[in-house]
Design a protein around this ligand. Sequence first.
Ligand SMILES: C[S@@+](CC[C@H](N)C(=O)[O-])C[C@H]1O[C@@H](n2cnc3c(N)ncnc32)[C@H](O)[C@@H]1O
Length: 309
Amino acid sequence: MNEGASCAANSQTSHDGVKTDVARARWSLLRQVLRGKRADNPEVKQASVRRFATFELFGRTRPASHDSSEEQWVEYRSVFSPDYSAFLRDNPGPLRVSEVLNSFDNTGNVCVWPSEEVMAHYCLRNRHMFKGAVCELGGGMTCLAGLMVAVCADAKEVLLSDGNEQCVDNVREIVERNERAGKFGSTHVSTRVLRWDREPHVAAFQAHFDVVICADCLFLDQYRSSLVGAIRRLLRPNGVALALAPQRGDTMASFCRLAGQAGLLVDQRRQYDAQVWDVHLKMLQEGKEAYDENLHYPLLVTLSKGAQA
Ligand SMILES: C[S@@+](CC[C@H](N)C(=O)[O-])C[C@H]1O[C@@H](n2cnc3c(N)ncnc32)[C@H](O)[C@@H]1O
């Protein structure tokens, strides 16, 4: 994925041409991060000026404070639902080489990818959908979408999860920060390492969730079927899962095929939100070189349990 500092750079697709570019972009981005140049660092931005990074659905401001511990925090406020905001630490400092080498998949430790931003926006716009127990899978270092559910919806509980421990450590601090700021109302918010491919992780929440969400998690060839399995097991009989991800070669189609084979009902949509669609059309009309629908435009897949699932 020709995205460098824009986060979808990390995909591995089974489309060979895309795969080579993606691997190159991914290592280049990780190299920048290891050197302490985060994706919002101007030096990195300059290097990726032709790359698509955001649908601009959230404003990002620093809270006014003289406290140096506040320096890493930013407030994400929805542009289209400005009553809702959350504090995020989306730049927890350089990753150590040992962390990268010893920890599980680091793609969520780099930045908030555009699909996560779009998912957060979609959740805000459709907040009536989120009742009961909600889980975000593979939420990366911020779980922005699940966090927005906790901020805006009437959910009883929200579990924010990822398979990477560093991501979850950061999300834990984000939750504490937002709890102190009184952002969650009566919703109980928790965090945990939840690996889709680890039986005990999934078994602990068997048939527990009314809604499962995940963004930009379908490109991992080695984990796609475990993601489908985890979603099927985590959902209650009437539950629904929302997955947002770009088409990216045949990765989206492959996920939908696997979900169908697992007995889930699959509904895929290209046009699901007016603002996101407008940005997409604008990018196409302006012929932006950096924008490639296949790599950047997230499709929405809704999964629900059929009779046999
Ligand atoms: C491209 S990142 C997306 C992160 C976030 N959703 C976003 O869009 O900003 C993919 C995420 O999936 C997580 N992941 C990959 N394989 C996983 C697995 N088997 N179990 C749980 N999480 C996994 C990674 O740790 C990473 O945070």
